[in-house]
Structures are given as C-alpha cells and as structure tokens.
Design a binder for this molecule. Structure first.
Ligand SMILES: Nc1ncnc2c1ncn2[C@@H]1O[C@H](COP(=O)(O)OP(=O)(O)OP(=O)(O)O)[C@@H](O)[C@H]1O
Ligand SMILES: [Mg+2]
Length: 220
C-alpha cells in the first residue's frame, strides 16, 4: 500500500518560501489506479517525485508498505526506487545509444543478477507492440513507439508502484489513446498501484479515481 500523509513542499527563494505542496494526503492499495489532474504549475510533478523517492518532502511522510523511502540511506533509496518504482515521464528519457531491448533492460542491470529479465523484457515489448523494433535505436522510433518502450522499461522489474507524469503529453490524440490503453491494460494485468498525473482531460477521464490539484492542494 502507498500512503502519503500531510505532504508539504516549499522551496527557499529570495522573496521568501515558495510553497508548492500544501498538506497533501493520499493512499493507494494494490491493484488500484488513480490520476491527479491540475493545471501547469499546480505541483503535480513535485508530488510524483516525492511519492517516487526522488525528492524529499519538506514535511509529511511517504510509506510504501512498511518502507519510508526517505529514512533509507542514499544507496538503499536508489535500490528501493529501482526495485519498487516504475516511472514513465512525459519525455520518454530513453538512452539514445541503446537499442529498444537494451533500454528496457537497463533497470535490471542494477543489483542482483536477474536472469529472467531478457525474457520479461521481450514479453513486455510484445505486449506494447514493439516485437519487431527490438534492435531499433530510439531515434528510429515514432513518438508513440518511444513512449511504449518507456512503459515496458518502467514495468520490467515488476514494480509495486508505477508513476506516470504526463505520459501522453507529447502525443497526438489517437496515439495518446493507444498509450493510455496500454498503461491501463498492463496495470490491470500486473496488479500494481498506478498513479498518473496529467492536465489532459482525455487521459484523466479514463480513471474512476481522480483527484484535482490546485495551487499545491489536492481535492477529490
Ligand atoms: N526545484 C525547484 N525550485 C523552486 N521551485 C520549483 C522547483 N521545482 C518546481 N518548482 C515550482 O513548483 C511549482 C510546481 O511545479 P510542478 O513541476 O510540480 O508543476 P506541474 O503541476 O507538474 O506543472 P506542469 O503541468 O507544467 O508540468 C511551479 O511553480 C514550479 O516553478
Ligand atoms: Mg509537471
């Protein structure tokens, strides 16, 4: 279970503290999906980074099952993120010099040897429709294909929590629908927890559970 309690985040600035998140609490149980919608600058990415162990909150706590990621030392936190969290970002962030298959395998190169990883990667790439693009470099993929590869990469370690930041933000409407279908279908299959943040009404409408973010506050 993911439990975030009373999260706040502020950044020091010359004009005083800039408050970006205000007393945000949310929880997700395994198999659950939800989305956070809100305008640009409302704090969606900040919330996602805090939940994903990338950015400590100013106050409040995050717990994934029994673990508070911010109580871990740096190496433990990196391993925790690698093992438990799958990120899909607006910009796919694939490594340009690696093939599609290699990109999907990158998260599995850290830590203990994962001998089943190549098979899982190929299965996932088949599920996202990229079986015949395994050896392509990212530059030779369409935007939608890159995002599908990024989804396979996020899922290859079978994370407990999948966090997507505007996963369809750079795609045309039709491709965005294909990518949203895939995210939701794989989530249903893998029984992960899924949180998507977006300002896209079309993407948000796909979720039964929706929160709104406005100036750093979360409302149902
Ligand atoms: N490192 C930082 N230092 C100072 N201010 C920051 C920092 N990161 C984000 N902010 C500010 O926090 C606010 C929220 O940013 P955030 O990226 O979370 O918004 P968002 O809802 O994801 O917006 P978008 O839809 O445009 O991606 C913004 O006003 C931003 O300028
Ligand atoms: Mg953002």
């Amino acid at each position: 279970m993911l439990e975030a309690s009373n999260l706040s985040k502020s950044y020091a600035s010359p004009a005083g503290d800039l408050v970006v998140l205000r007393d945000v609490s949310l929880s997700l149980t395994p198999g659950e999906s939800a989305c956070v919608m809100g305008p640009s600058g409302s704090g969606k990415s900040t919330l996602l980074y805090i939940l994903g162990g990338l950015e400590p909150p100013t106050t409040g706590t995050v717990r994934l099952d029994a673990t508070d990621p911010y109580a871990l030392k740096a190496a433990g936190l990196a391993a925790f993120r690698n093992r438990e969290i799958g990120f899909v970002l607006q910009d796919h962030c694939l490594l340009p010099q690696c093939t599609v298959l290699e990109n999907v395998l990158v998260p599995t190169l850290v830590g203990e040897a994962d001998k089943d990883a190549p098979e899982r990667a190929r299965t996932l790439l088949a599920q996202v429709g990229l079986s015949d693009r395994l050896d392509h470099l990212p530059a030779a993929l369409s935007g939608g294909e890159k995002q599908r590869a990024a989804i396979a990469r996020a899922l290859v370690r079978q994370p407990r929590l999948v966090l997507c930041d505007e996963p369809t933000g750079n795609l045309d409407a039709e491709t965005a629908q294909v990518v949203a279908d895939l995210i939701l279908r794989l989530h249903a299959q893998q029984h992960t927890m899924l949180l998507v943040v977006t300002h896209s009404e079309a993407l948000g409408a796909r979720f039964e559970r929706r929160w709104s973010m406005s100036r750093g506050s979360l409302t149902v």
